[in-house]
Write a new protein. Structure first.
Ligand SMILES: Nc1ncnc2c1ncn2[C@@H]1O[C@H](COP(=O)(O)OP(=O)(O)O)[C@@H](O)[C@H]1O
Ligand SMILES: [Mg+2]
Length: 305
């Protein structure tokens, strides 16, 4: 059995008697991307900072590459991108990246990294003069330039414009291709859907669901099939052709909705039925659940709230 890149078991942390991390467990498989997905205040940063060795837990165990988080030998093997950023404000962008690269035995090429993150134009600009989004991307570059085995990225794309977000996503995908293990936190479900092998959904310090994106969006899913056809078709006849448990309605006129387990048989039944009535079903759409729907079902709240 290979050692997990990160193993968290029964983690607890309270502030002023209030549990902000409340028995949280997760496993990051080596060479994969795990997204800790949850709304603001869910306890994501607290969890990550305990794993990074910056805060201590009240209870539970954490193993980072098989070692306790405070183990000094981890510094060279783990990359950290803090939520609040963190750098030497007076240094120029490229200088800082070269400095951090020099601490590593086999760093990535700093200039290439600046290019990939859209920072080449500001390579000679001091950190304090960079925009917030540029500081954030430099912080990401600093986290990965030393070619770590494991990277912690806390809300890496929060507040970035679409181009910078895409560049960040591409870098995370490249890390994954290189076999780096990545734990990222996000409150953006599209980010988790795009990047993560595994998603751990957290709310109020607890894990509310764990699985691959496909598993989470499939669980208990009642699918919806929508289509358009001539108004007033005979739905009673459709229902007799559909599996037991399906429902069908027309609303508004000419817009049809079938709910049930959407599989090829269901699609075939619908098209055969409409053809039997001399009508052509058009604009067939299968609506699938998103992680946003999963979170709403589990907590009754919206992720972005
Ligand atoms: N050092 C601290 N002292 C007191 N409360 C804290 C501290 N750090 C975090 N919290 C509280 O813990 C909760 C979880 O915060 P955090 O881990 O930052 O969540 P997230 O990163 O998911 O937004 C929040 O209610 C926050 O106010
Ligand atoms: Mg946070």
């Amino acid at each position: 059995m290979t050692t997990a890149a990160l193993e968290v078991d029964g983690l607890r942390k309270a502030y002023a008697g209030r549990a902000v991390v409340d028995g949280l467990s997760l496993t990051l498989r080596p060479g994969t991307v795990l997204a800790l997905l949850g709304p603001n205040g869910a306890g994501k940063t607290t969890t990550v900072e305990i794993c990074e060795g910056f805060r201590t837990a009240d209870a539970g165990t954490v193993r980072v590459l098989g070692l306790p988080p405070a183990e000094s030998s981890l510094r060279a093997r783990v990359g950290v991108m803090p939520q609040a950023g963190g750098a030497y404000p007076g240094l120029r962008c490229a200088e800082m990246l070269r400095l951090v690269a020099s601490f590593s035995a086999s760093p990535l090429d700093p200039d290439d990294l600046l290019e990939r993150l859209g920072l080449s134009e500001v390579a000679r600009t001091s950190y304090r003069r960079l925009s917030g989004g540029q500081q954030q991307r430099l912080s990401l570059a600093l986290a990965v330039v030393g070619r770590p085995e494991l990277v912690f990225l806390d809300e890496p794309t929060a507040g970035l414009d679409p181009a910078a977000r895409r560049a960040t996503w591409e870098l995370v995908e490249a890390l994954r291709r290189d076999g780096v293990s990545v734990l990222l936190t996000t409150h953006l479900m599209d980010e988790a859907e795009r990047l993560a092998d595994d998603v751990v959904i957290v709310d109020a310090g607890r894990v509310v669901a764990t699985g691959t994106v496909a598993e989470l969006t499939r669980t208990g899913a009642v699918g919806q099939l929508r289509f358009r056809a001539t108004p007033g078709l005979d739905l009673e006849q459709l229902l007799t052709a559909l599996p037991v448990g399906c429902t069908a309605k027309e609303s508004p006129s000419g817009d049809y909705l079938v709910e049930g387990v959407v599989d090829p048989q269901l699609l075939a039944a619908v098209t055969a039925w409409s053809a039997g009535q001399g009508a052509l079903a058009t604009d067939l759409r299968v609506e699938t659940r998103t992680l946003e729907d999963v979170f709403l079902d589990l907590t009754g709240r919206e992720l972005r709230a």
